[in-house]
Design a protein around this ligand. Structure first.
Ligand code: NZQ
Ligand code: ZN
Length: 381
């Protein structure tokens, strides 16, 4: 096991009805004015929006709202919301939604504190402060509720990039699995694939992976695979949604990536390249690039690939294993080739340029040159 640091400052409140505690949580923290950030429509149609508003009203917490955060959230929304939050002198940001809303809330918390455009930080400015961030999670996938990462898309420069800071780790995240009952089958599938991706990135790329971590990761994947099946049959299966939700958090809250040697996130680098140009769901982008990346990379870490395929898919060979991954993704209704989204080879050059920028930011550019990225993309055409 390699040395590691772990800082998990986020308080998790997990279980039924826990969102009702948001008023008392904010009051205890002496917060009297918040910026309430949410997406396009889901929290209004489920009734969650009015419930939260009445709780905040009961606790006399002033609410400034910013709505309309889209999947693959945009810089323009973050800058607008930061401006609003600054003018209204809010003390904290409350996100109610999935990864896109939670990621935006982090960026907004930075933008308000710095009085600066958010893209400056993607170009090297240091994050030195951020307002406190509170989440009520409605979609389990990214673990944004317990990590410091946030991914934004800049529609002007056509870039989707991720940034992280210790200062953007949320203060409190409320996870009530019931709030995910309405997540539709397609997003349940994309979420399962995203969690799978978060788990295998370090598992397959590390030169050494402690057996304890291997077992934890295999537990995350088996849980998600089994529970996804149950959720697709009965979206209101509380226990399946609950285990899925906590597995999602565990997959990227830091705990399952400890003590690894040389872990990298190449599939996310590739997906960010795709997402820079095409607005497709994160999990769908991953389900296209993962099998291609596996075919390109498999011989670099045969024992770990074979272990994954045996443990999860009961397959004995690399080729059978990769096919089993593809079949699983397809059975969930997610694409495994660019052609399924009508994304043509003519776009691969720009995708590889965008992905390469992410590779540089993450320091994995020596392996993943633009030419190598092209080679992998061609395996998914
Ligand atoms: O906008 P609304 O109306 O809320 O609809 C959303 C959205 O259309 C809907 N939804 C959310 N909760 C729902 C619901 N629909 C019905 N019932 C509910 N309870 O679902 C759609 C997708 O939401 P989104 O937040 O985009 O999904 P997800 O949580 O998968 O987030 C994806 C974003 O997170 C980034 C991705 O790149 C992408 O931008 N990531 C963030 C990471 C992090 N912070 O660590 C890591 C990840 O690897 C990922 O890159
Ligand atoms: Zn992801």
């Amino acid at each position: 096991m390699t040395n590691f640091d772990l800082n998990l400052p986020t308080q998790i409140r997990f279980g039924k009805k826990r969102e009702e505690e948001i008023g008392s949580i904010l009051t205890q923290d002496n917060i009297t004015r918040i910026l309430f950030v949410y997406g396009t429509s889901s929290i209004k149609s489920t009734g969650l929006y009015s419930r939260i508003i009445s709780i905040l009203d009961e606790y006399k917490i002033e609410v400034v709202e910013y709505s309309g955060i889209r999947p693959n959230p945009l810089v323009i929304d973050v800058d607008r919301a930061s401006e609003l939050g600054r003018k209204s002198a809010v003390q904290a940001v409350l996100a109610v939604g999935g990864g896109s809303v939670m990621d935006s809330a982090k960026a907004i918390a930075v933008g308000i504190a710095h009085k600066q455009k958010i893209w400056d930080f993607y170009n090297g400015s240091q994050i030195k402060k951020a307002l406190p961030i509170y989440n009520i999670v409605t979609l389990a996938a990214t673990a944004s509720e317990m990590n410091g990462g946030f991914v934004l898309t800049n529609s002007e420069t056509k870039e989707k990039l991720s940034l992280k800071s210790e200062l953007t780790k949320p203060k409190v995240s409320i996870l009530n699995p019931e709030l995910t009952f309405t997540v539709p089958p397609n997003y349940t599938a994309y979420s399962a694939i995203d969690i799978f991706a978060h788990t295998i990135e370090g598992y397959l790329t590390s030169t050494k992976s402690p057996s304890f971590i291997n077992l934890l990761k295999e537990s995350v994947i088996k849980t998600v695979k089994d529970k996804t099946e149950l959720i697709l049959i009965n979206p209101q299966d509380y226990n399946a949604r609950a285990e899925f939700m906590w597995a999602a958090t565990m997959a990227l809250n830091g705990t399952t990536n400890l003590g690894l040697d040389g872990a990298q996130f190449p599939n996310h680098m590739l997906e960010h390249g795709v997402g820079s140009i095409f607005n497709i769901p994160h999990g769908a982008g991953l389900s296209i690039v993962i099998p291609a990346w596996m075919r390109w990379y498999k011989d670099n870490n045969r024992p770990q690939f074979l272990r994954l395929f045996k443990e999860i898919f009961n397959k004995e060979s690399l080729d059978e294993g990769i096919e089993a991954v593809e079949n699983w993704f397809h059975s969930l209704g997610s694409p495994i080739r660019f052609s399924e989204y009508n994304i043509e080879e003519s776009s691969f050059k720009s995708i590889s340029e965008k992905a390469y920028k992410q590779a540089q930011m993450w320091g994995i550019d020596k392996t993943y040159t633009k030419e190598v990225i092209m080679e992998i993309l061609l395996l998914a055409k």
